[in-house]
Design a protein around this ligand. Structure first.
Ligand code: ZN
Length: 272
């Protein structure tokens, strides 16, 4: 990938994390600390950009939440316009920073993985992005890194992401930027920009609880693969989950589930 596009993608990710933090964190002290370090990271990254790119970035980010998008099947996934052959080829060559002629967003070449066959398309609400195959009633890990790996490998095994190791690594990298534990026994680890078949959400339960740092013990780990173009939608999805499990009785019902099928029965009710 083009170095500048990579830099812009990281700025976009950090900006989205700032927003997630603001929406999800219940503990204001943790939120404020994370916000400060994220803002510092963003301005350090901007120092590497040339004046032209920086002014494009300023303009685009005032207009769009997602200003760097993958081109998939020669189509801009920001505005869904099919790219002329010349532009599509330039994006593939990656030597320069190419913008979509229609919406002006920066483009990079992306790939769409095929969804595993299954019948989850019939579901509404949050269940659209998951499957009974992605419910883990009994995480064996006793620390957060192992828990993320356990869930990532299962997600790959079931065919929802292409590479489980890559997914685990990306989840850990994101976690290192700011903890995704949000209070009320919940954590929302997630990774953007990995090869996945659309937005994918897996849920692991830890009966004994897992230490996610900052004094947060997490029992419900919602781990997602988030394609870049669905980032804003992801924030909306986790807000719905956080609202549902803001009720302690919903959380304890879920924690008590012994099978994937029991979990799924609760899961399909969320965000409907
Ligand atoms: Zn476009």
């Amino acid at each position: 990938m083009n170095k500048i596009i990579n830099q812009l993608l990281q700025i976009q990710d950090l900006t989205l994390i700032l927003r997630e933090n603001d929406i999800l964190h219940k503990r204001r002290d943790i939120e404020a600390r994370a916000t400060e370090s994220l803002k510092r990271n963003i301005s350090e990254m901007k120092e590497y950009l040339s004046g032209d790119i920086l002014s494009d970035l300023q303009l685009l980010s005032s207009k769009y939440d997602i200003f760097v998008v993958p081109m998939i099947n020669d189509t801009c996934t920001g505005c869904f316009m099919k790219m002329p052959v010349g532009i599509a080829n330039n994006v593939r060559q990656t030597s320069q920073c190419i913008s979509c002629p229609s919406c002006r967003r920066f483009l990079y070449e992306g790939y769409q993985s095929r969804r595993p066959s299954g019948n989850f398309q019939q579901y509404k609400g949050i269940a659209r992005f998951s499957s009974v195959d992605l419910m883990l009633p009994d995480l064996s890990a006793d620390n957060h890194a192992d828990a993320l790996r356990e869930i990532a490998l299962l997600t790959a095994e079931k065919g929802f992401v292409e590479n489980g190791e890559e997914f685990a690594e990306a989840l850990l990298e994101r976690e290192a930027l700011a903890s995704t534990a949000v209070g009320s026994k919940l954590a929302f680890p997630h990774a953007r920009g990995i090869s996945a078949c659309g937005m994918t959400l897996a849920l692991g339960i830890s009966g004994k609880g897992i230490d996610f740092g900052e004094g947060e013990t997490v029992h419900l780990v919602f781990a997602s693969a988030v394609p870049t173009q669905t980032s804003v939608f992801y924030i909306d999805m986790v807000s719905k989950i956080a609202r549902y499990f803001g009720k302690a009785e919903n959380t304890s019902k879920m924690i008590q589930c012994k099978t994937a099928e029991d979990m799924w029965r609760i899961f399909v009710k969320i965000g409907k």
